[in-house]
Design a protein around this ligand. Sequence first.
Ligand code: SF4
Ligand code: SF4
Length: 172
Amino acid sequence: MMSDPEFKRQIYESYMHTAVRYCYQCSRCDDNCPVHAVTAAYSPRQNILKALLGINFVSAENRLAIYGCTVCDTCDEVCPNKIPLTHIFAVLKNLAAARNIAPDSFKGQGKSVHDNGTAIPISPPIARRRSAMGLPEKYELPISDVQAVMKATGFTDKLAKISIEPKKTTEA
Ligand code: SF4
Ligand code: SF4
């Protein structure tokens, strides 16, 4: 695999120039990653290696390697070199999203935050559970404020460009 200078520049400018610490591939991140524990197809160690070498693996085929991270932050805590892995993974996700490469669930949640002010709108079962816990069934969300922030940060423009595959329905 060839090194991609532009990809390397984007990764390095986002983080490496401020905290130059080198991954020595000890695998502590892999050993403690809950996602890697269930699938070898996701490896924070390999992601960091490729990022450091500038091997551009941002593609639709590598969606799991880019979006598999649940951002539990465990790898950040166990890395002996204090490499902020999850920050680098966020850069990878942003590079992928800029090319409309993202799971539909992520795109759908972004749209929901824009339209409803929350990723998970209050559904009747949620309202019932809230009521059972003594909470108001519904609450007002500052949707216009959320949309203003999304517009100012360019998220609204990005949202307009992404495509979400229609859900497949099974025939009765
Ligand atoms: S724990 Fe840190 S140093 Fe070790 S492989 Fe992972 S990123 Fe590299
Ligand atoms: S933050 Fe992501 S890569 Fe790191 S341990 Fe958690 S799931 Fe794995």
